[in-house]
Design a protein around this ligand. Structure first.
Ligand code: ZN
Length: 163
């Protein structure tokens, strides 16, 4: 297990444009493993390399705890539809905010095996793809949030009242 330190809002790493990965070296493989470990340890569904201080174009996503994806140099090819809902980020701990995203996203990336692949997703997966790819260009969801951020505890209370 390699848990890396999570960078939080205010850290300049989160505002940089990340560099393309040209060679999938052992260091890149280790980074991918550590990013997955770090994401799971923090109960996240996605993590981008700049969130652990590495300015390279790689993200990891696992929205159901069963399908981990490592996306190297991801490039969004298609987006459609719309979804509006609460979103959070491991770099903005304890908070959530409403963000409108496409309901469908299609992304092309390179895997750890060096082969290109296409990942398509709807709903939470589409949201995660867009959110994580934004990180590689220094964009954080708070830039897109509608209204104020709220504490996750308050969000849980609101959700319980709705049930
Ligand atoms: Zn994030």
């Amino acid at each position: 297990m390699g848990i890396r330190n999570l960078r939080t809002m205010g850290d300049e790493c989160l505002r940089k444009k990340c560099k393309e990965i040209k060679i999938i070296s052992p260091r890149i493989r280790l980074l991918a493993e550590d990013m997955l470990d770090t994401m799971y340890a923090a109960n996240g569904v996605g993590l981008a390399a700049p969130q652990v201080g590495i300015l390279k174009r790689m993200v990891v996503i696992d929205v159901d705890g069963e399908h981990p994806y490592v996306l190297i140099n991801p490039e969004i090819l298609e987006m459609s539809g719309e979804q509006t809902g609460y979103e959070g980020c491991l770099s903005v701990p304890g908070k959530s905010g409403i963000v409108t995203r496409p309901n469908y996203a299609k992304v092309r990336a390179t895997g750890l095996d060096g082969k290109e692949f296409i990942l398509e997703g709807e709903e939470l997966l589409a949201r995660a793809i867009c959110h994580e790819c934004d990180h590689l260009d220094g964009i954080i969801y708070v830039d897109k949030v509608e209204g104020d951020l709220i504490d996750n505890e308050e969000l849980e209370r609101m959700e319980m009242e709705e049930e």
